[in-house]
Design a protein. Structure first.
Length: 203
């Protein structure tokens, strides 16, 4: 989950036979989801704003990614990334809240707003499962932020009727192993890639 937030693939699934909601209803769902916001307190007493990510957060997201250590960046994207392109930023911040979701955590430092964490999920075609991910800035790790972001994400997934959350992570990402275990995820080796593991949470 401290991984692959750039391109969370949609899990495969049969097309749902449920009746389609109207375009107006879809718009209302998207608008409501995009307005969610909380003020939470970390273990060290720091107050953080957690809200849905917006397209105008592109530069905040760019700065967040660029400041990640090489290891954290590798865990996040399950590979190396040197440049944060405008296309990548668009994919990360222009979220279709009817099917996907993304939260960012913000603080104010030196008169500026800073992104210090992000969590997101992408739902399968049939809406029964989603692939999720979380990343926290190096200086803000071990303060409970990853847990906080994931709990908000889990709540939204349950509200959406998702049955299973899935996270693909690097096998040597011990921080993710600890977080996933704490949240109740089950871990197994990825049969297709020995360098990765699959974490699964039944909701």
């Amino acid at each position: 989950m401290i991984a692959n937030t750039s391109s969370i693939a949609r899990a495969s699934g049969a097309e749902s036979e449920a009746a389609k909601i109207s375009p107006q209803a879809e718009k209302e769902i998207s608008t409501s989801a995009g307005n969610q916001q909380w003020t939470d307190v970390l273990r060290d007493g720091t107050h953080v704003i957690v809200r849905a990510i917006h397209p105008e957060d592109g530069e905040l997201e760019r700065a967040f990614i660029q400041k990640l250590s090489p290891e954290s960046r590798h865990f996040r994207f399950l590979g190396s990334i040197n440049q944060v392109s405008d296309d990548l930023l668009h994919k990360l911040t222009d979220v279709d809240f009817r099917r996907d979701f993304a939260f960012i955590a913000l603080v104010h430092r030196d008169g500026e707003k800073q992104e210090i964490g992000v969590s997101r999920f992408s739902m399968s075609v049939d809406g029964t499962s989603c692939e999720c991910a979380v990343a926290v800035a190096d200086d803000w790790q071990k303060k409970g932020l990853g847990t906080l972001l994931m709990r908000h994400l889990i709540t939204v997934a349950r509200e959406r009727g998702v049955h299973t959350m899935i996270s693909m992570d690097a096998a040597d990402n011990t921080a993710m192993q600890d977080l996933a275990s704490f949240l109740g995820f089950h871990r197994k080796a990825d049969p297709d890639d020995s360098t990765q593991v699959i974490h699964t949470l039944e909701l």
